[in-house]
Design a protein around this ligand. Sequence first.
Ligand SMILES: [Zn+2]
Ligand SMILES: [Zn+2]
Length: 278
Amino acid sequence: MLPPDNHVHSQWSWDAPAGSMEDTCLRALELGLPSVAFTEHADLTPWTHKPDEEVPDAWRPLLAEGVLTPPPLDLDGYRECLASCRERHPELRILSGIELSEPHWHTARAETLLGMGPFERVLASIHSAPAADGSGFTEVSRQYIDQQPDKVVRAYLSETMRLIEQFAAFDVLAHIDYPVRSWPADARPYDPDDFEDEYRDVLRCLATADKVLEVNTRVPLHRQVLAWWHEEGGQAITFASDAHDPGALARGFRDAARMAEASGFRPGPDPHAFWGRS
Ligand SMILES: [Zn+2]
Ligand SMILES: [Zn+2]
């Protein structure tokens, strides 16, 4: 059996126009997934866009004076939809969730949101970084425009470290290797070994905080990072397609599960639970 998909977006995430909670549930049943968690975006950091920068048409209404402010999560609509999916598909375990972006920069707002829960899966993530020219923040992929790739990855990992140190109210660290998704094609190939110390620092800190590491399959997490997680004392992992449309649900999970088993992790007796150490 495939592991649960604990990081999925539906139409309730502002950047998932092709998302569908209902169709994702149907796809989960088709795949025989034990459970699926709808962890919608709470993107709390606005992004500064340069005047000449390309912006998807659907995002234009969110832009004002060069700043894109992600809309707030419609929690009432989300919860209503979740309840009706649960009613229609009692044979599937459908978990509630939220993906908090840079919660350590927005502690009060993050805590208010969590207070409006409960959420069964709380993911913490970094999607933003300070703009190189000091004018606000940008999405991480835009950091490569002005900076060397190594610097972007190192800055990402140190910000992740600060998140873990400064904000405790989450279960799972999402996509530790997020900048790799947009690693420039004309740079030398990404190699996690170049960042071993930085990865290990974050993983040790995460293990000490007793959190869960996500094996995100969008760009499959490198097996070396998972091996370091095991060596640094990491106790649990979770699998994440980070799907923004139903077709991407549980993508790459068979390979990811095989890699996790080879790295010293295994499913427990409860098919809905995180994987632990073998
Ligand atoms: Zn994310
Ligand atoms: Zn996500």
